[in-house]
Design a protein. Structure first.
Length: 173
């Protein structure tokens, strides 16, 4: 089992190092471009998301979950009631960071897409090379407006403190 795990890690690292992951996907028989895009972006952004979640986990004392277990909670209940609310900010930060990095990584999308399925950054880059017009600026502004509307809506209807969570080390007033 350890040999298989090592082989998968070596193949995945080689896929990243050799850049055209399409050779890797062609070897294992994945010809769907959407699955290739999802796999490539997960492979590229996964370490960044894991790092932020691990940083959030490092700030939590093990005694919190141990106290829940001592009070009769199961391990699953202790995780969802104690640990998860405390690492929610790390998960949200990792998701945002992975999304932003994935949106910016045009090279992976360029190599893994085909003419029928491609991402918006690939379309914007190809449009920029073929004919320069204000559609690119409109698409970028659309991203900014949608993000601002989403943040305002979350704050208005749910409250950002409930969505993102509270910090473990809050300053006393």
């Amino acid at each position: 089992m350890a040999v298989l795990r090592t082989a998968v890690v070596v193949v995945a690292l080689r896929c990243v190092a050799d850049s055209p992951c399409s050779l890797f996907y062609a070897r294992i028989g994945i010809d769907n471009a959407f699955l290739r895009l999802i796999g490539g972006h997960v492979l590229i952004t996964f370490p960044y998301a894991i790092r932020t979640v691990m940083a959030a986990l490092a700030g939590i004392r093990p005694s919190f979950a141990e106290a829940a277990l001592a009070l009769g909670a199961t391990e699953r209940r202790a995780f969802w009631s104690v640990t998860f609310p405390l690492i929610r900010t790390g998960i949200a930060a990792g998701a945002v960071f992975a999304f932003a990095f994935s949106l910016d990584d045009v090279a992976v999308s360029l190599f893994l897409s085909d003419p029928t399925s491609y991402t918006l950054p690939v379309a914007l880059v190809s449009m920029m090379y073929s004919n320069f017009d204000l559609t690119i600026a409109a698409a970028a502004m659309l991203f900014v407006v949608i993000t601002a509307i989403l943040v305002v809506a979350l704050d208005r209807f749910v409250g950002l403190d409930r969505v993102i969570g509270h910090s473990l080390y809050r300053a006393s007033r």
